[in-house]
Design a protein around this ligand. Structure first.
Ligand code: NAD
Ligand code: 6OD
Length: 490
């Protein structure tokens, strides 16, 4: 029996109906390897049907829907998510093995907030308009009307499945688009529960479609190469972003990419040490290190280096790996055996590169069914430098290299010495330094004395290998709508 219930049949959702296909793949729980569900993989024809259903919805009454109607719909979806809260928690936990408490307080809670936040954003959004006055005396009124982008392909990863899916679907629907969602093959369940919720909330047929499958040669590729899509919003690995860019380039479609990270934390000697260690422990180990914003490089000013290493290592050792339903559990498994193999390859590489393993470095043994799961110990290294691959490549696990620095300039140079550029966190009690350093980080998001504190109106995204574009608040509206400018002679 699968975690939290019998294995489920996980179906596609196209034109308002659940659809089985002749081909299924099996989803295993990363907690103990048991079967969670059998997923109906969408072939080319079903992906085509989903894109056509989305187009038909845009050509129907949904295409003429008003902003107040759509804001109201988003609020009803949020209400229905609250009503089905525990179903979504179970779906998320079954697929990922994350602690129930986290699924409740972060993943599903944010799904509710995502819909309410974008209902507010779209309801408050006005037209861009201005009076033009030319030197020859002509005058005109210019205003831009936002139209939906159209059929939007939404391709999302497995680490925060529902949070990241709704972060994109909410603004897409707010702007009047129709979506075809391709959840990760590792986390198909919550998108399917959300399909039921969409129907309950009165989302018209064809506006929200879900196709299941993999990337190349499967639903992901069929969707991104489909001539009927008008844009792709994607969260996932940088290499996948590159493949999707190639797939859409013949038809020149817009993309919004939230990609990988190799995020730095900078800890200055004047930091409040307890707060910094607490923050670093969260930024390194939350969701078993599987958050794109997680810290994998920690630069510490030399006088407090040993204190930070000791404090963070105590925090790592205090983690309780365990069953998601156990209230004492603080850390779940990695998403899959395959991902654990990747993380373990970096544990081996770090040692080859001369790392000292301060804590962790292995696989916890339970002596029960969990030994068939994808568990890993939280791991900290010292003795590495920016020239080591372990410090340059994204691992996406509960791991970090802790390295010393001697001056503010040194810290900034080390933090910015990366091909990625998603997030950074600066720990200092010096207000001026906090602003100064945060502004010089070559990233999309800089935090000072905190981490993953989100205001959904703020721009979210990365530079370099970490992505293209920004979503959040009106930034999302810019991606999910196409302005038509109207110029009226006065
Ligand atoms: P992934 O790139 O392997 O897969 C993401 C999604 O893309 C999945 O649904 C997958 O099936 C699909 N996909 C894979 N190849 C494809 C292709 N060729 N065409 C179309 N679709 C394809 O990523 P993952 O392993 O699921 O997630 C982990 C990665 O996501 C990490 O690199 C992490 O940093 C990144 N991430 C980034 C952010 C962010 O906001 N920047 C957020 C979360 C995760
Ligand atoms: O908080 C968000 O809106 C967001 N997109 C978080 C991304 C987390 C990455 O794993």
């Amino acid at each position: 029996m699968g975690l939290l219930g019998a294995p489920k049949n996980i179906e596609n959702f196209v034109a308002g109906r659940f659809v089985q296909t002749g081909k299924t793949f099996t989803k295993h729980s990363p907690v103990d390897g048991t079967v969670v569900g059998r997923v109906h993989e969408a072939g080319q024809q079903l992906v085509d049907a989903a894109v056509r259903a989305a187009r038909a919805a845009l050509d129907g009454p949904w295409g003429a829907s008003t902003v107040p109607e759509r804001a109201g719909l988003l609020r009803r979806i949020a209400d229905r998510i609250e009503a089905r809260f525990e179903d979504l928690v179970k779906a998320e936990v079954a697929d990922t093995g994350k602690p129930l408490t986290q699924a409740r307080t972060l993943d599903v809670a944010r799904a509710v907030t995502n819909f309410r936040a974008f209902a507010d954003t779209i309801a408050a959004h006005g037209l861009d308009s201005f009076i033009t006055e030319l030197p020859d005396g002509r005058r005109a009124l210019n205003y831009a009307v936002g139209k939906p982008l159209g059929v939007v392909a939404v391709i999302v990863p497995w680490n925060l499945p529902l949070l990241l899916l709704t972060w994109k679907v909410a603004p897409a629907l707010a702007c009047g688009n129709a979506v075809v969602v391709k959840p990760s093959e590792e986390t198909p369940s919550s998108a399917a529960v959300l399909a039921e919720i969409m129907a309950e909330a009165g989302v018209p047929e064809g506006v929200y479609n879900v196709v299941h499958g993999f990337g190349p040669g499967s639903a992901g590729e069929f969707l991104t190469t489909h001539p009927g899509i008008d844009g792709v919003t994607f969260t996932g690995e940088s290499a996948t972003g590159s493949a999707i860019m190639r797939a859409v380039s013949p038809r020149v479609r817009p993309v919004s990419f939230e990609l990988g990270g190799k995020n730095a934390a900078l800890v200055f000697a004047d930091a409040d040490l307890d707060k910094a260690i607490d923050g670093l422990a969260r930024s390194t180990f939350t969701n078993t290190g599987q958050v794109c914003l997680c810290t994998e490089r920690i630069y510490v000013e030399r006088p407090i280096f040993d204190d930070v290493v000791a404090g963070l290592s105590a925090a790592a050792q205090a983690h309780v790996p365990g069953h998601p339903e156990d209230a004492k559990t603080t850390m779940g498994p990695l998403i899959s055996a395959g991902h654990r193999e990747k993380v373990q390859s970096y544990l081996r590489l770090a040692e080859q590169e001369g790392a000292k393993v301060v804590t962790g470095g292995g696989v916890p043994l339970f002596g029960d069914a969990r030994d068939h799961g994808a568990w890993i110990e939280p791991t900290l290294w010292t003795g590495l430098t920016n020239s080591d691959r372990t410090v340059r490549e994204e691992v996406f696990g509960p791991v970090a290299a802790i390295m010393p620095f001697d001056s503010e300039e040194d810290a900034i140079r080390l933090a910015n010495d990366t091909d990625y550029g998603l997030a950074a966190a600066v720990w200092t009690t010096n207000l001026e330094r906090g602003h100064r350093v945060a502004q010089r980080m070559r990233v999309g998001l800089s935090w000072v004395n905190t981490w993953f504190l989100r205001d959904l109106r703020s721009p979210f995204g990365g530079v370099g290998l970490s992505g293209i574009g920004r979503e959040g608040g009106t930034h999302s509206l810019h991606f999910y709508s196409q302005p038509t400018n109207v110029c009226v002679h006065l």
